[in-house]
Design a protein around this ligand. Sequence first.
Ligand code: NDP
Length: 313
Amino acid sequence: MNKRQLGSSDLHVSDIALGSWLTYGVGVEADHARRCLDTAFDEGINFIDTANVYGNGAAETFLGDALKNRPRDSYILATKLFFPMDADNRGLSREQIEKQLDASLKRLNTNYVDLYQCHRFDEETPLEETMDALSEAVRSGKTRYIGFSEWTAPQIEAALAITGAEKFVSSQPQYSLLWREPEAEVIPTSATNGISQIVWSPLAQGVLSGKYSPDAPPPEGSRATSDEMGGYIGGLMKRPVLEAVQQLKPIAAEAGLSLPQFALAWVLREPNVAAAIIGASRPEQVIENAAASRAKVDPALFANAEAIVAGAR
Ligand code: NDP
């Protein structure tokens, strides 16, 4: 498993990371979830991503229990805040940062996280207040570094311009062969400011595995059929998208890879990406996807794939 430096931090994260949105503590039964996590460690994954809001604390609670017998310095742990935990608790105010970080640490069974991320930008809190509270969280040792998810380039630049504030080291955008928006501004802004991308839904929630045929119902047991996990995949389950994805299979085969591996290798071809955060409902997926870390692909094959999916979404 290859490791990459996370922005200007001294963290070296596995370039395939394991996430816990929809899956652990929620849609994937606990024993299965634990086997996915153990398999991730066996494969050399050292980077785990979660958020307070995943399962309203349940994903963190699952991880706190599942990680409790592993040495704390053997893995890099990232969590986030912003989305509502209940009617009174949301956003990036000083009060929320202090309260939500403490609550996350308690659920995660640890006294620090490696990366504390703003899950979105908070239009209702002065940025200076947010950055001051995040900086205090770093100085107190409760988090080693700070990051954000889905901020715009002007928002990133405004935070970096605040004198005396800790600097962000990571950006967590959606990025995949089916979603290339970060290339326009977020990646260039990050690259010049010591910030790496840690990418969410690199397989477009499984659509880029090629398992969803345009002409057949989704396979039994897949995210698209799940009551608990299928709420966000609908926008991707469109005929032009599914048809384009099927056309990627021979290109992946030419590269000697499965389609999920090829799609992850495509994300990792971008030097500003430190990690692709995969979701996994089964250990076999972790094994297959982890192998993307070692993939070497002719850039011409990536160019062919990009041309096929261009405009499909
Ligand atoms: P992916 O794009 O990797 O999709 C994961 C799902 O795809 C799996 O749960 C599985 O679903 C299916 N899958 C994975 N590998 C394979 C395979 N080899 N073959 C077939 N199917 C496969 O990522 P997620 O959408 O799960 O997001 C990953 C992580 O990103 C999250 O856990 C979270 O940490 C982070 N995230 C962050 C967000 C943010 O706003 N910052 C938003 C969303 C996610 P199944 O088997 O059930 O079909």
